[in-house]
Ligand binder design. Structure first.
Ligand SMILES: *[C@@H]1O[C@H](CO)[C@@H](O)[C@H](O)[C@H]1NC(C)=O
Ligand SMILES: *[C@@H]1O[C@H](CO)[C@@H](O)[C@H](O)[C@H]1NC(C)=O
Ligand SMILES: *[C@@H]1O[C@H](CO)[C@@H](O)[C@H](O)[C@H]1NC(C)=O
Length: 368
């Protein structure tokens, strides 16, 4: 009974909102949703062009893409629910993420017949659930062999997706991958030629550079600029472009979360101050929403450092590095200025009243 009445409400909103103007189709303003992000119907999808549904898994025994029982309901209605509020939204099913053992990807990708099973099952699942594309979140190939399997997988995936489109008469599924902030990981490099040939774009995971579980000092975990020999988003993007990818095949990651450290001394609270592991949560990770609540409740002092493009706040011995509207705005400006295809956020549920998403979207639109 609830199901029927819900459909009526959904239909009503579909009709109401159908006339909203379509977003700029050339740009990618994307967000990832996962189960911890809250209800799909609460997403303000007018602020996005693409939404990624995260994560499908990989069955290590069969090499097929799987959707867990917990995710089944939300995944099966994901596209329909979002299209009600934004008929031009594009949805992609993301496979992998932190919950999938990277070894499962390696053992699947090293073998031609298991790659074929994986690829076929991914296409079948995407079509069955109504997604417009597929996203590979294999975190991360780490050896030269693994990088070459990764490249083979992408090339065969593209061939299969094009063939399926020929056969079904539907537009080909979009193919993307979420990748390391830089094409180089240690001594190995991503297969840039395969990426260029076979993917529509890559989502550059431009965050998590410093976390309290290992860094004995406070860190801006997603800083845009740093000294040339240090990790930063701009150095990663530059390296991807130098490796041979066109800027308009890169989509810049924006974190809607930060990390809390426990300061050694409350009086020493800059970026790089000595610290003693995570604060507030087990690993220190906090959504933007929770950070804003913390600032309000503790009357924490918050600072924007425009040199590195990062926000942080502190109260007592708690120090939190994160991105607020200033950092988000400057990064979107940077992305547009560099000719990138757009940006994606991880994850939509971290926003507070859509403040960051509105700033990102309006900043992108304000630049030509
Ligand atoms: C994968 O799909 C293709 C095209 O539909 C088909 O020819 C092939 O037999 C399938 N392979 C497997 C292992 O299911
Ligand atoms: C799609 O069909 C066209 C025309 O039938 C053919 O030339 C092309 O090779 C096909 N592409 C794929 C990927 O199967
Ligand atoms: C911003 O961060 C840089 C690098 O950590 C530092 O050198 C500089 O003093 C900071 N500026 C401000 C205003 O805090």
């Amino acid at each position: 009974m609830a199901f029927v009445s819900q459909n009526h409400i959904v239909l009503f909103f579909c009709l109401l909102l159908f006339r909203l103007s379509a977003a700029d189709q050339d740009a990618v303003k994307a967000g990832y949703w996962y189960r911890g992000s809250g209800s799909v119907s609460d997403i303000d999808s007018s602020l996005f062009t693409h939404l990624f549904c995260a994560f499908a898994g990989l069955n290590p025994d069969t090499n097929e893409v799987t959707i867990s029982d917990d995710n089944e309901d939300a995944f099966s209605t994901f596209t329909r629910t979002l299209q009600c509020s934004n008929p031009s939204i594009t949805t992609l099913l993301s496979i992998g993420g932190g919950e999938t053992d990277p070894h499962s990807f390696v053992s699947m990708a090293k073998n031609p017949s298991s790659r074929e099973i994986f690829i076929n099952s991914s296409i079948n699942i995407a079509r069955f659930y109504g997604f417009h594309g597929l996203d590979l979140a294999w975190e991360s190939p780490t050896t030269a062999d693994e990088m070459s399997y990764f490249g083979l997988l992408l090339d065969e995936w593209r061939t299969a997706v094009d063939a399926e489109s020929n056969e079904s008469g539907e537009s080909p599924l979009i193919l993307t991958a979420a990748v390391h902030y830089s094409p180089d990981i240690g001594s190995v490099t991503f297969p840039v030629d395969s990426i260029r040939r076979s993917l529509d774009w890559i989502n550059v995971v431009a965050f998590d550079y410093y976390t309290p579980s290992w860094a004995p000092f406070t860190g801006a975990h997603a800083l845009l600029y740093d000294l040339p020999n240090r990790v930063s988003t701009s150095s990663g993007i530059r390296a991807w472009i130098d490796s041979g990818l066109a800027p308009d095949t890169l989509v810049l990651g924006l974190p809607y979360y930060g990390y809390a450290w426990k300061l050694k001394k409350s009086g020493n609270h800059g970026v790089g101050a000595r610290a003693n592991g995570p604060a507030v949560t087990k690993d220190g990770e906090m959504t933007y929403r929770k950070i804003k609540e913390f600032i309000k409740k503790k009357r924490a002092k918050s600072i924007y450092n425009s040199t590195i493009v990062a926000n942080y706040c502190y109260s007592g011995t708690t120090w939190i590095g994160y991105d607020d509207v200033q950092a988000i705005k400057t990064k979107v400006f940077y992305a547009k200025d560099q000719g990138l295809l757009g940006y994606f956020v991880w994850h939509v549920g971290g926003d507070k009243n859509w403040v960051l998403s509105q700033k990102a979207s309006s900043t992108w639109d304000s630049l030509e």
